[in-house]
Design a protein around this ligand. Sequence first.
Ligand SMILES: NC(=O)c1ccc[n+]([C@@H]2O[C@H](COP(=O)([O-])OP(=O)(O)OC[C@H]3O[C@@H](n4cnc5c(N)ncnc54)[C@H](OP(=O)(O)O)[C@@H]3O)[C@@H](O)[C@H]2O)c1
Length: 269
Amino acid sequence: MIPLALLGGGRMGEALLAGLLDAGWEPEGMSVAEVDPDRRRVLEERFPQVRVVPSPAWAVADAALVVVAVKAGDVVAALEQCATTLPEQALVLSIAAGVTLDTLETAAPDRPVVRAMPNTAALVRKGAAAIAPGKHATEADLDMAERVLGAVGVVVRVPEPLLDAVTGLSGSGPAYVFLVAEAMVEAGVLVGLPRDTAATLVHQTLVGAAALLDDGTEGPEALRAAVTSPGGTTAAGLQRLEAHGVRAAFLEAVEAATERSRELGRANP
Ligand SMILES: NC(=O)c1ccc[n+]([C@@H]2O[C@H](COP(=O)([O-])OP(=O)(O)OC[C@H]3O[C@@H](n4cnc5c(N)ncnc54)[C@H](OP(=O)(O)O)[C@@H]3O)[C@@H](O)[C@H]2O)c1
């Protein structure tokens, strides 16, 4: 049993806890620190065997692994509250967007630290996360971080400077897809479908296309070519998308989001 302390039982914290329990982690080894009494009640009802406490200092006392899932602005305070009780060897895994390894290592001196950038699909266990090691983190620490986030999706390893690109691509990525979904529904209405019919068809089209990609037998180019017959309807539609620069728009969107992530990092080091 790996004693785990979770700081912050919000949406992400709750999703991680549920994923870990389903993956076979033992609830008796887990503690959650949550400041909000209403949230504590929700967590106690959903996870009756997990210890839910109001203070980070209590949660971390015997922990081998501390997962930081409070809002970015609360990370330093939450870690500072643990200063005297955080075990020497405990691995600190932070999922807080934009909080740098430098900041984490200052707030948890001499501890191995791993910084992660997950995305919102972790809430439904289809997350895409990247992890970056701090200066004391070993290969075993990265393996452990991968096991934790692997309970709610896929995990890749990158050096910290690439986390801004991860933020621009998979962090913001779900929003790009939601925009595509909205636009497709509007397009369905334009060509005469009732709005709810268009919404049903678009929803299932996106789920179906994602499932084909997920199947992994073929990549996006081959899948697109397979449904594009010469001179056909899909070719006509794709030609318009290319004429409107959709491909270039995605390149610029990811580039802009990556740059914005860098700017925010410089503003709040
Ligand atoms: N949700 C996402 O899709 C997503 C994606 C990528 C990264 N993240 C990162 O994941 C982190 C958590 O996000 P979330 O959506 O789960 O936020 P959230 O729902 O607001 O959860 C954070 C929880 O931690 C509690 N808290 C704050 N300070 C605390 C402390 N010192 N000790 C114990 N508990 C404390 C908060 O209580 P109060 O509300 O009372 O302050 C809140 O219940 C954030 O840093 C975010 O950047 C989230």
